[in-house]
Design a protein around this ligand. Structure first.
Ligand code: HEM
Length: 68
């Protein structure tokens, strides 16, 4: 049993949360729908690699900067 399981889970959740909080994930092309089909590898992975246009959530970051 991994004694770092809780720490690793917390850290992973924080990483994903930060990626969603700080960045906007848009489809790679207009109208494209992300294929979330899974595939078993060593872990479960996306069958088709994620394609996305990733942009900073500027309005949120700007308002934070001006409030300091
Ligand atoms: C994604 C992150 C991690 C994965 C996938 C992972 C995976 C594993 C696996 C598969 C084992 C062997 C379990 C077994 O044979 O029963 C293990 C053991 C262990 N892990 Fe992790 N681990 C992770 C993070 C961590 C972290 C962050 C720490 C410490 C801060 C840690 C400390 C340990 C220790 C000390 C053991 C040996 C436990 C024992 O033999 O009693 N691990 N881990």
């Amino acid at each position: 049993m991994c004694s770092g399981y809780t720490l690793a889970t917390l850290h992973s959740e924080y990483l994903v949360g930060s990626l969603v909080s700080e960045l906007e994930w848009r489809p790679a092309a207009e109208g494209e729908v992300t294929d979330m089909t899974e595939q078993l590898d060593i872990t479960i992975v996306m069958k088709h690699p994620l394609r996305a246009r990733i942009v900073p959530r500027l309005s949120r970051n700007c308002s934070e900067r001006t409030s300091k």
